[in-house]
Each structure stands twice: as C-alpha cells, then as structure tokens.
Design a protein around this ligand. Structure first.
Ligand SMILES: *Cc1c(COP(=O)(O)O)cnc(C)c1O
Length: 254
C-alpha cells in the first residue's frame, strides 16, 4: 500500500501507522488503554469499567492474527460477510465476534450462527428473525439497541423517543440478551456537538435504568470511536469501538 493512499484515506487524527507486527500492536493497544485510563480518571471512573472493542473491518487475517498475539480477544466488524469469513478462517483462535453494523434480513441467519454480539439492533423484524434462528442453533446473542442521537437522516438507529417501546417489545425474544444502547456521534469536529450526542444517549439510559430497569439489561453504553472515544468515556461509555487508532488507516481498495 502506498503512503499516498494512507494519507488520502484518513483525517489527521486517524493518520496513525498501520500496525503489522505483534510488537507494533502491543504499542498501539497500550496507548489506547492509557488514553482510556486518563479519560476515565478525569471523570472519576474506573478504567476497568470500560471495555475496548477493537474494530477490525478491512483488516486482513494475518494482521488480525498479529493483533491476537498482542492480546486482543474480541473483534468488531460492520459487514456480516467479512465477519463470518474471518470467524471461519480464525476458528482456531478464541475470539468474541461482534457485528457492529446494520443488518439486512437475509444476513440474520449468518449472524445467529457465528456472532456473539450484535450492536446495531433497531428493527423488530430483524430481532424476530434473529431470535428464531438463534433458537434453531441453540445460541443466544448479546445485543445493543442503536440510538440515533444526532437526528441525522442518513444514520441508522432509533429516535430516542422510540427506544423504550422497542425495548419493551424485545422482551419477548428469549435468545436476545439486551446489554444496553449503542450510538454513533455525528461526524463532525465540533466537540460540543459530539458530547451532546453522547449525553442524550446516556440520559436515556439513566432514565430507563431508573424507571424501567428490567428493559435495559446491564445498561451498557457503546459509544465512541477512534476520534471521540475519550469524550464518550467522559460521557459514560462502557464500551468503546476503536478501529484505526489500533489498526491504522483502513485500506478500502481491496
Ligand atoms: C468503523 C467503525 C468503528 C471504528 O471506527 P474508527 O474511527 O476506525 O475507530 C466504530 N463503530 C462502528 C459502527 C464502525 O463502523
């Protein structure tokens, strides 16, 4: 891959070195954990309460194996086909697979078969299919309900006002284990806007926890990516989904 390509594909904040070796991954992961700890301490939270979900989309198997050797045991992918192919290729490793992107109904069966977690649940039809298929396979799936806090049209996720009803209807699905809410902040450099997006989802979680605790499972909050995970932690994230800050800039050319 040419350097030129890397520069074109990234914003300045994410223009980090593409880690390849186990040692490079150890360094990159260390830095992210340190930053998680510093952000947590700023708001008196315990760093151990924040789970790092490394996002490996577009990263080839050999580099993922190096990352595994460096200690990673879970990977997030936004495309089902890619995730499943990797899960099969790496079934000799002990990996927790998280699907973090929107799901077409013709892909639920695959997810029910191999994934441990699905973080972008926002449609009842998908929930019902997943539950039926999980029953068939005798499996269960951790799910996060995706919330669209930014009000941006193109983003997937439920309007905050619709989340409680949705969670209520999820209760009938025995094989779906609700772990909390997931969101993506608006793509902007305006930190106040990002922070506000996260605060909306945390507020919603707090309210549900207080009034409808049975609906919200662990009450987890999956929010924050490479460019905004520290803000997300300050706003209460319990899971941060970090891709390029660990793996380097993505190569979409293949
Ligand atoms: C790609 C992706 C991430 C990680 O993005 P980075 O900016 O590389 O950290 C997080 N969440 C979702 C849903 C993604 O698709």
């Amino acid at each position: 891959m040419s350097l030129c390509y890397i520069l074109v594909m990234t914003t300045p904040e994410t223009a980090v070195h593409v880690a390849t070796s186990e040692a490079e991954f150890r360094r990159a992961i260390d830095i992210v954990y340190q930053r998680i700890a510093v952000a947590a301490q700023r708001v008196d939270r315990a760093p151990e309460d924040i789970r790092l979900l490394p996002v490996s989309k577009t990263v080839p198997e050999d580099r993922m194996r190096a990352a595994y050797a460096a200690g990673l045991r879970q990977f997030g992918e936004n495309k089902v086909q890619e995730a499943q192919t990797k899960a099969e290729a790496m079934n000799d490793l002990d990996v927790h697979w998280a699907v973090i992107g929107a799901l077409q109904s013709n892909k639920t069966r695959d997810v029910a078969q191999f994934a441990h977690e699905f973080q972008a649940l926002d449609r009842l039809r998908i929930a019902r299919r997943l539950d039926n298929q999980l029953q068939e396979f005798g499996r269960s799936l951790d799910v996060y309900v995706q919330v669209n806090a930014s009000g941006e049209h193109t983003k997937s996720g439920l309007h905050p006002d619709d989340v409680e009803d949705f969670l209520e209807r999820l209760q009938e699905f025995q094989c779906l284990k609700v772990r909390g809410l997931m969101t993506m902040a608006l793509h902007t450099t305006d930190e106040a806007v990002i922070r506000q997006n996260f605060a909306v989802v945390r507020g919603l979680r707090d309210e549900l926890r207080e009034h409808r605790p049975a609906l919200i499972g662990d009450g987890g909050l999956s929010m924050g990516m490479s460019n905004d995970y520290e803000i997300a932690i300050e706003e209460g994230a319990t899971v941060v989904r970090v891709g390029s800050a660990i793996f380097g800039a993505r190569d979409y050319s293949k």
